[in-house]
Design a protein around this ligand. Structure first.
Ligand code: FES
Length: 98
């Protein structure tokens, strides 16, 4: 099972495959904005993958469209749309804390 570490809080959680970064963050008490409630309708759950991106499912079209609205980096993802798929550990930086 992968571990996901959220920065800057440095909170680490066990990540069951198929769970989104947003769900993992909220369950662990990580401060992260999620204005639309996780429906890919805002961009407030923006995060940047620091390492372990191979353990994350690739973004789908809806997420890519939303990311175009951001001042993004190649490591940018929307936490609500990003599901854990692998077993290697992941580190992500929350861009907008709550
Ligand atoms: S919570 Fe709105 S896009 Fe992720």
């Amino acid at each position: 099972m992968a571990k996901v570490t959220f920065l800057p809080s440095n909170i680490q959680v066990d990540a069951k495959s198929g769970r989104s970064l947003l769900d993992l963050a909220l369950d662990a008490g990580v401060s992260i904005q999620h204005a639309c409630g996780g429906f890919c309708a805002c961009t407030t759950c923006h995060c940047e993958v620091v390492s372990g991106g191979d353990s994350l499912a690739r973004p789908e079209e809806d997420e890519l469209d939303r990311l175009e609205l951001l001042d993004k980096t190649p490591q940018s993802r929307l936490a609500c749309q990003t599901k854990v798929r692998g077993s290697a550990d992941v580190v992500v930086r929350v861009v907008n804390d709550d």
